[in-house]
Write a protein that binds this ligand. Structure first.
Ligand code: HEC
Ligand code: HEC
Ligand code: HEC
Ligand code: HEC
Length: 124
């Protein structure tokens, strides 16, 4: 009986590992090419540091589900009720967390005024 319980626990644990969403190898660091310059975002480091993990940014994702791109719901061109347009949704997500951390005296990142810290134009 004990052995069976042990095996069941192992199977359950493996199941959890198999279903837990991971960041794909080619998405550990993301680069957003925008007209303002390229934004480099260390996705893997952020996921590790985020207090609630993936859902701190992928807010409509359930535990274990593979996140969809923000653009699946946030339109590039216009807001739809409370659904901000893509650029505003991403900006708000980044700026709010950085500001909250900095205001609390913790480590944060670039905030609204720091356009050019995030958006880097290639030197010619
Ligand atoms: C924390 C980093 C960060 C800061 C600071 C920031 N941005 Fe962005 N911005 C991004 C990211 C990431 C995207 C890409 C969003 C997407 O396409 O999913 C973006 C997208 C944009 C876009 C859309 C461009 C396109 O080609 O679609 C514009 C315009 C823009 N930002 C302007 C600004 C301005 C102006 C400021 C300063 C007031 C600013 N950003 C500050 C990260 C930042
Ligand atoms: C600090 C914010 C943040 C955290 C935390 C985060 N991500 Fe992301 N993730 C993003 C952004 C921004 C994108 C780019 C979305 C886009 O292109 O619309 C993205 C894209 C993705 C994509 C690609 C979606 C697609 O099909 O293009 C996957 C998969 C993904 N994340 C998985 C994860 C997983 C799994 C975790 C937790 C282990 C996680 N992310 C944590 C911000 C975050
Ligand atoms: C499955 C659909 C869906 C996806 C995918 C999605 N969102 Fe949203 N988002 C919404 C909806 C719906 C709202 C309107 C408010 C609400 O219901 O939470 C919203 C609202 C927001 C808001 C405003 C929340 C507030 O406090 O007012 C931000 C910021 C945001 N999303 C950022 C993101 C980012 C960043 C991503 C990608 C990493 C993303 N969203 C992916 C559906 C989505
Ligand atoms: C849940 C909180 C949170 C969110 C959301 C978040 N960040 Fe950060 N970010 C941090 C923290 C904390 C640091 C400081 C890390 C350090 O200094 O060790 C940071 C640092 C940074 C830095 C400077 C260090 C580096 O990694 O190059 C950049 C650039 C950055 N973030 C970009 C972004 C962008 C772009 C987004 C939105 C797509 C974003 N962050 C969303 C918490 C967050």
């Amino acid at each position: 009986m004990r052995k069976i319980l042990f095996l069941l626990t192992v199977v359950a644990a493996l199941g959890l590992v198999a279903f837990a969403a991971d960041i794909p190898q080619d998405k550990q660091v993301l680069q957003f090419k925008t007209m303002m310059g390229t934004v480099t975002f260390n996705h893997a480091a952020h996921a590790k540091a985020a207090p609630n993990g993936c859902v701190d940014c992928h807010h409509k994702t359930r535990a274990g589900e593979t996140p969809k791109p923000c653009s699946a719901c946030h339109d590039k061109k216009k807001a739809d009720g409370k659904k901000l347009k893509l650029k505003d949704a991403v900006h708000k997500n980044c700026w709010d967390c950085h500001k909250k951390n900095l205001d609390a005296g913790k480590k944060g990142g670039p905030v609204k005024k720091d356009c050019k810290v995030c958006h880097v134009k290639k030197k010619k």
